[in-house]
Write a protein that binds this ligand. Structure first.
Ligand code: FES
Length: 490
């Protein structure tokens, strides 16, 4: 019987998102059984896929990473010890397969039955009869052997290079690649695990390993109790996966599950995106990373006080990179922090106090709907975070962006949108121009309503007050259920 693969593993092998495979399953092109697909069907749908072509997978991954700018890039080969242990585990699995070669078992059984019913013919005739039977049976067995299944071979190779992790009780899945830690891999996969320092000191990332083998790859000072060790607990920020794992791990399901944090961060760079929008790149210390959900905001202060020079900004980067926080800061005379930034008083290497995260403009991750983002001007910032997170988490469903601008340079990162459209099969976007936010809101809502099937989409509206009010009014009037609409006023 052909090997069965979970959708996550099949997508990982082919180098497409789960959404693409789900679309092929829905159309009947790719059969599925209990949430799995067979290697044989996968090979039929992707007939040109060969082990030597598996660079296609790497290429797609690379394109996606490059399209996302700064991402965790430490995808190095596993160290020799881990590689050896994974290979040993694979060898055992192959031995197990050999033991279960059903064809030969059947042949032996048939041979025995034939011997039991040997008649009264001469010994020479009996031997000739058995020999003829063996020839025919062996020819049938050999003839029934299938050609090398390249999907299976690729799966074996990828199993050596990466380990599959299933999370209880959520059922989420992800892959640990190279010798990255389980925590790094979970964040890269768009999950929201419980953690704190990311450095082996606080113990907040401890999780129970239900099955599989881990190995410590990073220093840790947090002492697990003898009882926790007996129960199989390990720190996810300091262990990698040697084999496939099933783990019991706490995850944030809503903004209230994320603790408020106060971190002194360093300014990595300040760069003008337009004359009125600055890209501010902040970096947290290794031992104090920012835990947040995509779409949330943070407040910044240059004095360490929340009272002075404080500005609040939507995060424009993915929670999967928890050390590098990107913000799009708009020129605003009433915003003391922004004024200092535009005056050049905040520079690379300066220390800034960061508070947060705030807000509930976050993805509805368990929704089966497609996502539609309706944004105006710098409302693109939180949506960039949401889209990057949706892709990291490999969420099913299409991602559609309608970006309205009220000034000539309002689509200040359209090159980013083009890169996504090229690299992500499920992403599409359209841009609009309007003379004011109010008009932009109505136009963007009309454009959204013109798209097919808005009733099956979760809609995220973000921008200036007039834009949000106009778009919200038009969408609600058109009958979009309130539960499918999220708004954020900048
Ligand atoms: S996150 Fe603090 S010990 Fe792992």
């Amino acid at each position: 019987m052909s090997q069965r693969l979970t959708l996550s593993r099949a997508a990982h092998l082919i180098g497409v998102t789960r959404a693409v495979l789900q679309k092929q399953i829905a159309s009947g092109e790719l059969p599925s059984f209990d949430g799995c697909v067979s290697a044989e069907d996968l090979q039929r749908v992707y007939p040109d896929l060969k082990l030597e072509d598996s660079g296609a997978f790497e290429r797609i991954t690379k394109i996606r990473e490059e399209a996302f700018g700064k991402r965790i890039r430490e995808r190095v080969l596993p160290n020799q010890e881990i590689l050896a242990q994974r290979l040993a585990a694979q060898s055992e699995e192959l031995e197990d397969v050999r033991r279960h070669l059903a064809h030969y078992h059947d042949l032996i059984e048939a041979l025995r039955e034939r011997i039991d019913h040997i008649g009264s013919a001469s010994a020479a005739e009996q031997i000739a009869d058995l020999a003829a039977f063996l020839d025919v049976s062996l020819a049938r067995v050999l003839g029934s052997e299938e050609p090398t299944d390249s999907i299976q071979v690729m799966d074996n190779v990828l199993r050596v290079m990466s380990a599959h992790v299933t999370v209880k009780p959520s059922g989420h899945e992800f892959f640990v690649e190279g010798s990255e830690t389980v925590l790094q891999a979970a964040l890269r996969a768009g999950l929201a695990p419980s953690y704190g320092c990311g450095n082996g000191n606080c113990g907040l990332c401890k999780a129970r390993i239900i099955s599989g083998q881990t190995q410590q790859v990073q220093q840790s000072d947090y002492p697990l109790s003898a009882n926790e060790r007996t129960q199989g607990y390990a720190l996810l920020c300091s262990h990698t996966a040697v084999s496939d794992l099933v783990i019991e791990m706490l995850e944030a399901n809503a903004p209230d599950d994320i603790p408020q944090q106060e971190i002194v961060v360093k300014v990595r760079s300040v760069a003008a995106l337009t004359p009125d929008i600055m890209l501010l790149h902040l970096q947290t210390p290794r031992s104090s990373r920012l835990r947040f959900l995509a779409g949330q905001r943070v407040a910044l202060s240059v004095t360490g006080s929340t009272a002075n020079f404080r500005g609040e900004y939507a995060i424009a980067s993915c929670p999967c990179d928890d050390r590098n926080v990107l913000l799009h800061v708009c020129r605003d005379e009433d915003d003391a922090f922004a004024s200092r930034l535009f005056a050049g008083a905040i520079k690379a290497n300066d220390a800034v106090s960061l508070f947060g995260p705030f807000g509930d403009f976050v993805l509805q991750k368990d929704s089966p709907n497609d996502s539609l983002f309706v944004v105006c001007d710098s409302g693109f910032a939180p949506v960039k975070s949401l889209i990057e997170h949706a892709v990291s988490a490999d969420l099913p469903g299409a991602l559609r962006l309608i970006w309205a601008a009220t000034r000539a340079d309002g689509h200040y990162l359209e090159n980013q949108c083009r890169a996504w459209a090229d690299a992500i099969e499920t992403f599409s976007y359209v841009t609009l121009m309007a003379e004011s936010p109010g008009v932009a809101g109505t136009l963007a809502a009309e454009r959204a309503l013109a798209d097919e099937d808005i009733q099956t989409r979760d809609v995220y509206v973000v921008g200036p007050p007039d834009f949000v009010e106009a778009a919200h009014r038009r969408l609600v009037t058109a009958g979009l259920p309130a539960a499918q609409l999220r708004v954020e006023v900048l």
